[in-house]
Design a protein around this ligand. Structure first.
Ligand code: HEC
Length: 160
């Protein structure tokens, strides 16, 4: 990809995170992210692909989705969940984005729910899962449609 395209994507993503967090706060439906500490990390090395979510990030999959992710067999089973943990310059996680497969939630787009959770000044993560058709949901879907062949999961960082 050309440098200028990467830069504008990176900028768009920074704006996107800011916008989404504002929407989360405005909607006042805060909750915490899933506990992914025991999940499988899919990127062998810290992933700093400059494409989107432009920081170093780690991607984790839960047990329900691990076999499908590792063997690349799609679609993912019901109950599969992914977490992308974005790391700041000090390598601590400052925002977590998430996808989870819920049968019947959004059949046109792979039945994925999208969530976003930000670390507050007290260290706790708060955010929400977006309603289908909401601005946040459509924004996430708009990009993840690009990975429709992988059941909407990019898996660009697995080293395969
Ligand atoms: C600008 C395009 C874009 C938008 C908008 C976007 N993503 Fe992503 N997402 C990506 C790309 C590209 C990857 C692959 C990893 C990487 O390069 O960051 C990814 C990876 C992920 C992953 C890890 C699983 C996977 O697909 O590989 C999760 C979870 C995720 N995004 C959640 C979200 C959520 C939640 C939203 C909406 C708040 C969102 N994304 C919006 C482009 C986008």
């Amino acid at each position: 990809m050309k440098t200028r395209a990467i830069r504008s994507l990176a900028l768009a993503s920074v704006l996107l995170v800011g916008l989404t967090i504002t929407m989360v706060v405005a909607q006042g439906m805060s909750e915490g992210p899933p506990d992914y500490r025991e999940w499988t990390r899919l990127n062998p090395q810290p992933n700093s692909i400059a494409s989107a979510h432009p920081t170093v990030k780690d991607v984790f999959v839960n047990d329900a989705g691990a076999d499908a992710a590792l063997s690349r067999s799609f679609p993912f089973p019901e109950g599969s969940e992914f977490i992308k943990a974005s790391l700041g310059e000090d390598l601590s996680v400052f925002v977590v984005t998430a996808m989870r497969k819920v049968a019947g939630f959004d059949p046109d787009n792979g039945d994925w729910e999208y969530g976003m959770f930000e670390r507050g000044s007290d260290g706790a993560f708060e955010g929400m899962w977006a309603e289908v058709g909401s601005d946040m949901h459509m924004m996430c879907v708009s990009c993840h449609t690009g990975a429709a062949d992988n059941d909407f999961v990019f898996l660009t960082y697995t080293g395969d």
